[in-house]
Design a protein around this ligand. Structure first.
Ligand code: CDP
Length: 221
């Protein structure tokens, strides 16, 4: 056990379906979903507001910027707010996505995220998704899942998620963007030795959610 509450860690590379899966698993089990990537994204959005020239960023710029970021609990999930306001749309934008890996390399920023995520799990059973949840943040998680999927399939999912019409060219470009982010995040995207690896390439969302819920029930029962 990690902290007296039941912790499910869901890790995996970009657009592998971690967040949407984690949210659905949390709803089915009555747990709270914590998206650690949303905190790295919120830190990036906060730093961009402070200094738009990312070449000038230091670790201190980002640490100063995150003072305005808080986690708020909704019914089934936590979400970040910046200066008291929800920032969901801003943190999913291309400027944040292009620069988030830079912020994620900063040791003290990682510490800041880890503290916030661990605090969220203190009093509730949680499903936490990210890259290093099962290895670094909750090495004693009750269940660790590592989701993988073919990069083209992940690109297609990301485009579908945006809900705008897409072309072959857009799919090619998104596949390249995802592969580049995989390379930048490779250092912290490693499955824990005791993680259950699920290849979701040929699975529906419902199927992957069911697999995780079944595993969770086996472990908690
Ligand atoms: O868009 P995607 O689902 O791939 O990523 P995300 O979960 O929103 O995370 C955004 C970025 O935060 C990643 O590209 C990583 O650079 C970083 N991240 C991390 O380093 N460690 C985590 N536990 C979660 C996210």
């Amino acid at each position: 056990m990690s902290s007296g509450t039941f912790v499910i860690a869901i890790d995996g590379p970009a657009a592998s379906g971690k967040s949407s899966t984690a949210q659905m698993v949390a709803e089915k089990l009555g747990y709270l979903h914590v998206d650690s990537g949303s905190l790295y994204r919120a830190a990036t959005a906060a730093a961009l507001r402070r200094e738009s020239d990312v070449e000038k960023w230091t670790e201190q710029t980002v640490l100063d910027s995150v003072r305005g970021v808080e986690m708020r609990a909704a019914r089934t999930s936590f979400y970040p707010v910046l200066d008291g306001r929800a920032i969901e749309e801003e943190i999913r934008g291309p400027n944040v996505t292009d620069n988030v890996s830079r912020v994620a390399q900063m040791r003290r920023v990682r510490q800041w995220v880890d503290d916030k995520v661990r605090a969220a799990a203190e009093s509730r059973d949680v499903v936490v998704d990210g890259r290093d949840i099962g290895t670094v943040v909750f090495p004693n998680a009750d269940l660790k899942v590592f989701l993988v999927a073919d990069s083209r399939e992940r690109a297609a999912r990301r485009l579908r998620q945006r809900g705008t019409p897409t072309s072959q060219q857009m799919l090619d470009d998104e596949t390249i963007r995802i592969t580049e982010r995989d390379a930048r995040d490779a250092g912290q995207t490693v499955p824990a030795a005791d993680a259950v690896v699920i290849d979701t390439t040929g699975l529906t969302q419902q199927e992957q959610v069911e697999q995780i819920v079944t595993l969770a029930k086996q472990r908690s029962g």
